[in-house]
Design a protein around this ligand. Structure first.
Ligand code: ZN
Length: 383
């Protein structure tokens, strides 16, 4: 039994449980089981705490730190240029926040704060502030965030109730106590101030349910429940502008708010979360069959991201993985778990099976579009 991280209700049994290894969002393996619990009261899904969480984020978790220009691919624009994730986040954040002139804004859990840097480049009247639970990123803040506007490990007392806006991109899914976290944000905002955050939308990207360091898998219902409990009025829950994520805008309220009870939306969200857990259960069974069929034989894995890495964690010891195939130009020539990452066109001729490690909502179409992945004698194994 465990307590819901959002509403505190007791959740009896996990809806998904598999033995170690668990896989993190930065595709490293942890020697712990994966367990997901679904709350029928508020529609939240959550994973077990990961061991030594403070050290993990202080020194073990580095996003885009290796190179100045490394950024995650987001989409290709109509004119063929590549759109990077932080460019899209910056434009979307400016639109959703609609900040007044000279507003004071805090990037809370900022990492390198690329999104805020791009927002300030577009709006030089803004007063940027940054905070993170690691000092690894301080170098990336120099030159554009004033020294007094930088904080690590603890937020200065003098920052309480001072900001027009606080934003957190892909942070809240990692925290053990999301409502407590949102209350901390509430205390940093001026009355009526705006909180913008993004978190994965597990319904749009079911892989999120199996990510070990994502302790929270929010639904729209559990987002509303958490924010209301922390004293926010919800203004926008957008799950279309950034596929696979929620972008949420809420306003800090001075008055206590009525926290919603179980709603039809929460019941539906819980059902959807349990269905996703069932998907991962059957994916484990399919991989077990695949391992029995291809034990010690040569196979390739399509996708070196989360899904492909998850497959590797399940089959890597039992079969001979000769390559990961991936379209991401940044991974060309790299190795992943010591195995070469190749362009899909370079699928090794001796591979007898291709395990498909893609978002199951998009996998069939992505593979069908690549005729070179159809070859007599090559079996496709789907999640
Ligand atoms: Zn709950």
């Amino acid at each position: 039994m465990t307590a819901c991280r959002v509403c505190g209700d007791h959740i009896g049994a996990p809806s998904y449980e598999v033995p170690a290894p668990a896989l993190t969002s930065s595709t490293t393996l942890l020697d712990v089981p994966t367990r997901v619990y679904v709350c029928g009261v508020c529609g939240h899904a959550q994973s077990d705490d990961i061991p030594d969480i403070e050290a993990f984020y202080d020194t073990g978790y580095r996003i885009s730190l290796s190179s100045e220009n490394h950024d995650q691919f987001f989409a290709i624009a109509a004119d063929g240029t590549i759109i990077y994730r932080t460019d899209h986040q910056a434009a979307l954040s400016l639109r959703l926040l609609d900040l007044p002139k000279s507003a004071s804004i805090l990037d809370y859990g900022a990492a390198k704060a690329d999104t805020l840097r791009k927002m300030v480049a577009a709006r030089d009247d803004l007063h940027p502030h940054v905070f993170d639970v690691s000092s690894d990123y301080a170098a990336a803040w120099q030159g554009w965030v004033p020294e007094a506007a930088q904080a690590t490990y603890t937020v200065p007392e003098t920052w309480q109730k001072t900001f027009e806006a606080v934003m957190c991109h892909f942070v809240v899914e990692h925290v053990a106590d999301p409502v407590g976290f949102m209350r901390d944000v509430h205390n940093l905002l001026r009355p009526g101030g705006t909180f913008l955050f993004s978190v994965p939308d597990v319904a749009g990207n079911p892989g999120d349910m199996a990510v070990a360091d994502h302790l929270n898998h929010f639904s729209q219902a559990s987002i509303v429940h958490a924010l209301t409990s922390a004293g926010f009025e919800v203004e926008t829950v957008d799950n279309t502008s950034f596929p696979g994520a929620f972008f949420v805008v809420a306003r800090s309220s001075a008055a206590a708010l009525d926290v919603p009870g179980t709603s039809a939306a929460a019941v539906e969200a819980a059902k959807q979360a349990r269905d996703i857990c069932a998907f991962w259960d059957q994916a484990s069974v399919k991989l077990k069959d695949g391992v029995e069929r291809y034990a010690k034989r040569k196979v390739a894995i399509y996708g070196a991201g989360f899904y492909g890495s998850w497959i590797y964690g399940r089959i890597g010891q039992a079969v001979d993985v000769v390559a990961f195939l991936d379209r991401n130009e940044n991974m060309k020539g790299a190795t992943h778990f010591g195995i070469p990452v190749l362009s899909p066109e370079d699928l090794p001729g001796d591979a007898e099976a291709l395990f498909i490690g893609l978002n199951p909502l998009k996998a069939r179409a992505a593979i069908a579009a690549q005729p070179w992945l159809e070859r007599p004698g090559l079996d496709h194994v789907w999640l």
